[in-house]
Design a protein around this ligand. Structure first.
Ligand SMILES: [Zn+2]
Length: 211
């Protein structure tokens, strides 16, 4: 139950990365089968469309598959989604709409997503954001807006899935490269590239809403 990576190189030397993320499901909120089906389908669609792309010259391309495994109970050490009425932080109730237990842990983690939200689209976006955290992605490095807290280029912050509002669903090529780096080396094992700090002037400030 984790992120698995398949990397292949074609005859022209172009590298294709294919990630398959398998997650178990805990349904603490007691969604019925239809609600659970709609929600997980929306999350699959969002995660697969967010975590894909290629670089400008086409030498790297990425695709991602997300699989929900509904078989059996969630056990200690599993990588799983917990659909909850209220997100907790070490047992303390919060107002967050989503949270991962450990940023950069792509093999054993709990992803909480609050289910009593206005739309499937919102819950799917939150889920993609949290999946990004499991791959080691972090928030924009406010007040710097076009790199994240690890110095990874995130482009237009408002369009990026790792902002803490409800706006973005995109990732940059640098973010996909960073996930690959985390998969190969572990989170925090080696610094990625902290020379990207930008001087971009913040033009908007918003309340963090997604943890
Ligand atoms: Zn977050």
């Amino acid at each position: 139950m984790d992120w698995e990576k398949t990397e292949s190189t074609d005859d022209n030397g172009n590298i294709h990365m294919e990630y398959t993320i398998t997650v178990k499901v805990k349904n603490s909120a007691g969604l019925d089968d239809e609600e659970l089906g709609e929600l997980t389908d929306a999350i699959i669609n969002q995660v697969q469309s967010t975590f894909q792309g290629e670089n400008e010259d086409g030498t790297f391309s990425y695709t991602t598959n997300l699989i929900f495994d509904f078989e059996g109970e969630v056990e200690e050490g599993d990588f799983y989604f917990d659909f909850v009425d209220q997100v907790d932080d070490n047992g303390t109730p919060t107002n967050y709409v989503g949270k991962v237990d450990e940023i950069g842990d792509f093999s054993s983690n709990r992803i909480q997503v609050k289910v009593n939200r206005p739309s499937l689209e919102e819950m799917a976006k939150v889920s993609a954001h949290e999946i990004g955290h499991t791959g080691g992605l972090t928030h924009p490095a406010y007040p710097v807006y076009d790199v994240d807290e690890n110095g990874v280029n995130i482009g237009n912050e408002r369009e990026n899935v790792m902002n803490q509002g409800y706006f973005g669903t995109k990732v940059t090529y640098d973010q996909l490269s960073y996930i690959r780096h985390v998969m190969n080396n572990g989170y925090n094992a080696t610094p990625y590239n902290r020379t990207l700090k930008s001087n971009l002037t913040p033009n908007n400030i918003k309340e963090p809403t997604i943890r």
